[in-house]
Design a protein around this ligand. Structure first.
Ligand code: GAP
Length: 512
């Protein structure tokens, strides 16, 4: 199965097993908006809890807040979002479809890269063990021709990006005959900037209404509460404020399932520090955040840093933590050293003094900020895409299993009476009642035990507990482990400790 096909299968699996549904589905859906079902919401909550506890419990100097989605419209002028939170857009005059010009060019470049990689793979097959990839790339005429084309387009694109030259974006598209996938034509409009913020109005009458925005990031809710938290919490620099909440962006290219949505959730932490110490803290947070990811157990090789060459005007360092999604390494989290830009701008726009009096320095200053910002939904996608497996079993059958790291799994244990009679359901219900206070459990008595195991594998339940006739006599049950499918007899009173060892989130937190 290609990665593309696998991704389609994963999307279907998420719907079939209650993880993620297209929003408003009975009305044919709403593009790039998704709802979380009964399994998805549990997974999402576990991810949020892992992040929240890692931030606010493990760090005595980090506290959490929950600010509103609606904020004073001046905030978005101060933050620069009204003026500059834009994407370059282009319309195809024949299909009337709208695209991001930069994405059209990037996709074109990706296709050239794909062609080169195909040539290399052909070479590898032809030459076998003697194959030298570097030499092949340096000498093969097809690869050289494609590489020259790639370099030419890439250089033009980077120059246009640096100069914010929208006319040049269009020219690159036209010169390379990049066509609309719907109409197949190159009949393009000019490129223009399109603001990504959703707006609505607040007020009881239309005349008195104010335009307000649905926040495109949670960070500004933290900045504008800096003084409140610092004073009421008597926080001393360095300290952090963490928040989890919804954010909204009118994404034009909304695809790849929950990777890029119009309504999504962020987990952001702004760390307030003394000016001049920001690069040290940036390095520390880079390491900390990577550790948080790798600790989940999805393979260190599936993460990498991508340091930004081109920095936003207010940043003096920035990096992405990228994850290997089915469509390649893509941004999962951003870590940015934002200087004192945001607090400085809010000071300027609100007229309020936003400073910290440093007793050690005997002076006041506007703190600098290092932020860590991760999308909850991207994290859900990372976990699901990494966990989905189709395995061939010894008996020739195939099983679909979600090997979700156990502390994040939506259901921790399924309690299954072997048959629906002879007192087994009653004992199974007792086991369930005993475990349900500590773990999210499911009770299932319908269908054969094999079918029930498969259903639990498909939602990633780490343990299946089967109650059989012997259980009535010896007080033991069969515990089947999801990944190895190994089974062992366990005393009912030992179940809680056995499950807890694998699924307790605190065990993950202790390794950080
Ligand atoms: N406060 C900084 C900030 O918002 P960002 O790189 O624009 O930075 C941070 O966003 C994270 O939010 C990204 O790394 C990604 O995980 C998530 N994110 C951004 N846009 C998203 C979208 N349209 N859909 C889903 N997640 C998104």
């Amino acid at each position: 199965m290609t990665q593309d096909e696998l991704f389609k299968v994963l999307v279907a699996h998420c719907k079939e097993y209650g993880f993620i549904f297209p929003s408003s589905e009975i009305y044919d859906g709403l593009a790039a908006v998704y709802d979380y079902g009964q399994m998805g919401v549990e997974l999402k909550n576990n991810i949020k809890q892992y992040w929240w506890n890692a931030m606010t419990r493990l760090n005595e100097n980090i506290v959490g807040i929950d600010s509103c989605i609606f904020m004073h419209p001046r905030i978005w002028e101060a933050s620069g979002h009204v003026g500059a939170f834009n994407d370059p857009l282009i319309d195809n005059k024949d299909s009337k479809k709208r695209y991001r010009a930069d994405v059209l060019i990037e996709d074109f470049l990706a296709k050239i890269e794909e062609k080169m990689n195909k040539e290399v793979e052909k070479g590898r097959k032809r030459f076998g063990e003697a194959f030298d990839e570097a030499q092949f790339r340096a000498t093969n005429p097809n690869v050289l021709r494609e590489q020259a084309k790639y370099d030419e387009v890439h250089n033009r694109y980077k120059k246009a990006e640096d100069a914010n030259d929208l006319a040049e974006y269009r020219q690159i598209i036209v010169d390379n005959n990049i066509v609309c996938p719907i109409s197949g034509t190159c009949n393009w409009t000019d490129v223009r900037q399109f603001n990504l913020m959703f707006s609505t109005s607040m007020g009881s009458t239309a005349e008195g209404a104010n335009t307000i925005y649905l926040r495109p990031e949670t960070a500004q809710g933290i900045f504008v509460n800096y003084l409140n938290v610092q004073k009421t919490g008597r926080m001393k620099i360095p300290f952090g404020i963490a928040q989890i909440g919804k954010a909204f962006r009118n994404e034009i290219v909304a695809r790849q399932f929950i990777f890029r949505m119009r309504e999504f959730e962020q987990m952001e932490m702004q760390f307030f520090i003394k000016p001049g110490t920001e690069l040290e803290w940036f390095k520390k947070w880079k390491e900390q955040r990577m550790k948080w990811h790798v600790n989940i157990g999805m393979g260190a090789e599936n993460y990498r840093f991508h340091d930004h060459e081109k920095l936003a005007h207010y940043a003096n360092a920035a990096t992405d933590i990228e994850f290997q999604f089915p469509f390649g390494f893509k941004e999962l989290e951003g870590i940015h050293s934002r200087t004192n830009w945001d607090l400085g701008r809010h000071q300027q726009y609100s007229g309020r003094k936003i400073e910290y009096f440093d007793p050690e320095e005997g002076a006041a200053y506007t703190p600098y900020v290092v932020e860590t910002s991760i999308g909850v939904d991207r994290m859900v996608l990372a976990v699901l895409s990494h966990s989905y497996k189709e395995e061939k079993l010894e008996n020739g059958e195939t099983r679909v299993v979600l090997s979700i790291p156990a502390p994040l799994a939506p259901v921790k244990a399924a309690v299954l009476p072997l048959v629906k009679k002879d007192g087994l359901p009653e004992l199974a219900q007792k086991v369930m009642d005993d475990l349900k206070y500590d773990f999210n459990c499911q009770y299932e008595e319908k269908d054969s035990i094999g079918k029930r195991y498969r259903r639990q594998d498909a939602i990633g339940t780490p343990f299946c507990i089967t109650v059989d006739h012997q259980s009535l006599e010896d007080g033991c049950v069969t515990v089947r482990e999801r990944d190895t499918m190994s089974q062992e007899r366990v005393k009912i009173e030992d179940l809680r400790a056995l499950i807890d060892k694998r699924v307790n989130l605190n065990n993950l937190l202790r390794n950080l």
